[in-house]
Design a protein around this ligand. Structure first.
Ligand SMILES: [Fe+2]
Length: 374
């Protein structure tokens, strides 16, 4: 473990944190053998083409195709095994797929992005702006054209289920072998998402803005959902796929409460269903990654009903910065409205694995540094 850590940037600090946590008895719960996840024959995850264990995963969101993208230097220097795009991968904002295509081509022409594609496995899910419209959902008419444009750009095979499934582009990947298996689940929070509700009262809207909060209220009507039923069934099966670490990618924030912007908190029934599903599925160390906000932060819930704290790292944006950071009662530490990228380092010499999640700025500086215990 020491040798492996010392060859990485910032490894001395990471190692010191791990040692400190071990001494303090704060590290890692062992998963009882009887509670290990079982593979469900109904729930195959995509077997990734990449070989060997995955020890470093980088992730990010919100990259504007017309802006300078110095963040790729940070990513490429860190040499992650996998990079996860969590949405708003371009600012498409058009029902014309040719417009989306031309914006993807701009992203594809950025040298740092090209280098990423050459040396790193890249996977992606979308959010609203690459879906085609700000805060869009079920009603968006050009979703089919948007999905083909996106999947073409990211090199999805022609026969992929993501291109033809009737309710969206959700997917999952499995890397590694028993003892170092990581599963990455990417949820589609656009294709099936029912109506958002904005605050109607003008005074309340003004008050929200004064608190750096967005205009949305919870959607409480029967049937209100982000995933849709078929995706829920698929997700439930995915939570039975055997893995030593599960990473759930959500294009918008899941734990944050309450921002007034798009988040799972606007769909409390779905959010509770998510917690319930984790509680009733085999116990696997699990973390959440998210984007969308244009700031970065770490959130944590201790009473989710799981035998470990549920933790979420939000990285946003790769280019975008929003200064009016919203309240979030589950935030741990500071939030940063600076361009950034997320990084997950996994030490497989420990079982369950020791996981460190970081946010790094465009100079490679560490903005957030969290050791995750299970
Ligand atoms: Fe977004």
């Amino acid at each position: 473990m020491i040798t492996d850590l010392l060859r990485r940037p910032f490894s001395r600090r990471v190692f010191t944190r791990m040692l400190g946590a071990l001494i303090a008895g704060a590290a890692v719960l062992r998963i009882p053998v009887g509670a290990q996840a079982q593979t469900s024959s109904q729930a195959p995850a995509q077997r990734a083409s990449r070989n060997g264990p995955v020890s470093r995963i980088a992730f990010g969101s919100c990259v504007h195709q017309d802006k300078p993208q110095p963040i790729w230097d940070v990513v490429n220097t860190a040499k992650p095994d996998v990079f996860v795009f969590l949405g708003d991968n371009i600012y498409g904002d058009s029902e014309d797929a040719a417009v989306l295509q031309s914006k993807y081509e701009k992203l594809g022409a950025v040298p740092g992005f090209q280098r990423l594609r050459e040396q790193t496995e890249v996977v992606a899910i979308w959010d609203d702006h690459d879906y085609g419209v700000n805060d869009g959902g079920l009603e968006y008419p050009s979703k089919e054209a948007s999905r083909q444009a996106m999947l073409d750009f990211f090199g999805e095979p022609a026969d992929s289920e993501r291109r033809s499934r009737p309710d969206g582009i959700y997917t999952s990947y499995v890397y590694g072998e028993p003892g170092n298996t990581v599963q990455i689940i990417l949820l589609d929070l656009r294709w099936n998402r029912t109506e958002l509700h904005e605050v109607a009262d003008a005074d309340k809207r003004t008050s929200r803005l004064a608190q750096d909060m967005g205009p949305y209220d919870a959607s409480l009507e029967p049937g209100a959902t982000m995933l849709g039923e078929a995706q829920w069934q698929w997700f439930q099966q995915q939570l039975h796929v055997e893995a030593d670490l599960r990473i759930i990618g959500s294009s918008i924030q899941l734990l944050a409460d309450f921002t007034g912007w798009e988040s799972w908190a606007n769909f409390p029934a779905d959010r509770q269903r998510f917690f319930n599903l984790l509680q009733t599925s085999p116990v696997v160390p699990t973390v959440i990654i998210s984007g969308d906000t244009h700031w970065s932060e770490f959130s944590r819930i201790d009473n989710s009903g799981l035998p470990f704290p549920l933790m979420e790292m939000t990285s946003s944006g790769l280019t975008e910065e929003w200064q009016a950071i919203s309240p979030n009662r589950h935030r741990v530490g500071e939030a940063f409205a600076r361009a950034n990228v997320g990084m997950i380092d996994i030490d497989w010499s420990m079982q369950p694995p020791a996981v460190v999640m970081q946010i790094r700025g465009v100079d490679g500086d560490i903005l957030i540094d969290q050791m995750v215990g299970f």
